[in-house]
Design a binder for this molecule. Structure first.
Ligand code: AGP
Length: 362
């Protein structure tokens, strides 16, 4: 049938979509470049960003995790304060809003009912909204004032992969263009850095056997798994844990390294897999300290570090990219490890139980 043709030679949409990520990066760069090769965003959107005294990012699931990273991009480059909220909570638990808020809705499908419900509410309050989505003409796109597209192509697998990295790339571009619009200096070339990201993604996608063996070694028999990280690595850990739980049904949680000792460490038993991300120089020693703490309690550690920060104990080293952009590539090992863990456990990778691709009920 038609869906078989689309999958080509791939056994699952998820694997195909993971592999498409370098291409999606290059498409995004192209789509957001002006005639001279500089990054460009619709001037009305840049104005709305500049006019805002605070940005509220609203999203669910993986898109929420992208929002957490997006906050770092916008605050570091454009220097506008950002809050990130889960859409299902925001409606009845609205924080005290700033005087000139701008709302950014992140949604792969553009159809998530929890997010739409907030959009309707904030539009009624008279505020402006921007939707970042993969689907032109989707409800959230139509009902917002502005749209930025992901250009990731249709995402069929329930577990979101290429949409997440596309969301990060578009958020980085939005942050960079806004920063320049405000007059803040950006001391790196984002087009070039995203090109480096695309190449690094390719290298990771070529290393599938390695991730299959990590999945086999750590995740075939376990009933739980933890992901730890500090700074943006923590946010990527949240996304890694969501991927793993939704397709392999292993109970997985992401934690901030420093928070372990405040409770979670009680869960560590002999052989508990702890996947630690170490891509940030300023917390490299402290995250490795956290690994020592869990190892002392019997954990089976899997350190994924970035080139330049690696030590002999690391299980995998990802290529070096700009320190702000590491989530775009550190997530790929986690996507592939989850994929193989689900496969080894005979799970339905593309259509996990109890889940729908877009959640159109509140
Ligand atoms: C991702 O793997 C999940 N299936 C899910 O969390 C998803 O990201 C969430 O439902 C939000 O969907 P959206 O991006 O289409 O709004």
């Amino acid at each position: 049938d038609a869906s078989d043709i689309e999958k080509g030679t791939y056994p699952h949409y998820m694997l195909k979509e993971i592999d498409e990520q370098p291409l999606v990066m290059r498409k995004i760069i192209q789509n957001y470049q002006d005639g001279e090769g500089a990054l460009e965003i619709d001037s009305d959107i840049v104005k709305a960003m500049k006019d805002a005294d605070r940005i509220y990012i609203i999203a669910a699931g993986t898109s929420y995790h992208a929002g957490l990273v997006g906050k770092q991009f916008i605050e570091k480059l454009a220097k506008i304060p950002v809050e990130v909220h889960i859409s299902s909570e925001f409606g009845y638990n609205m924080p005290l809003l700033s005087e000139k808020p701008l709302f950014i809705f992140i949604s792969q499908s553009g159809e998530t009912a929890d997010s739409r419900q907030v959009l309707v509410q904030v539009k009624e309050m008279g505020y402006k909204a921007l939707t970042i989505t993969n689907v032109p003409g989707s409800t959230l796109s139509r009902e917002a004032d502005y749209t930025l597209l992901l250009h990731a192509g249709p995402e069929i697998a329930v577990a979101s992969t290429k949409a997440y990295t596309a969301q990060l790339a578009v958020l980085a571009i939005l942050a960079e263009v806004t920063a320049r619009g405000i007059g803040h200096e950006v001391d790196f070339d984002l087009v070039q850095e995203l090109g480096i990201v695309a190449t690094a993604m390719e290298a990771l996608c070529d290393d599938k056997e390695e991730f299959e063996s990590i999945a086999r070694e750590y995740l075939t028999v376990t009933r739980n798994a933890f992901f730890i990280g500090r700074g943006i690595d923590f946010y990527v850990g949240l996304e890694g844990a969501l991927k793993l739980k939704e397709i392999s049904y292993i109970q997985a949680e992401g934690f901030a390294g420093g928070e372990l000792k405040h409770g979670t460490i009680a869960l560590i038993e002999e052989g508990t897999p702890v996947i630690a991300l170490a891509t940030q120089e300023f917390v490299n020693l402290s995250i490795r300290g956290n690994v020592k703490e869990v190892v002392a309690r019997g954990a089976n550690p899997c350190i994924i570090s970035m080139s330049g920060l690696e030590t002999d104990e690391d299980r995998f080293v990802i290529p070096e990219v700009h320190s702000l952009l590491t989530p775009l590539i550190s997530v790929i090992p986690l996507q592939l490890i989850s994929y193989y863990a689900a496969l080894h456990r005979d799970c339905d990778v593309d259509k996990p139980r109890n889940l729908a691709k877009s959640v159109t009920v509140e």
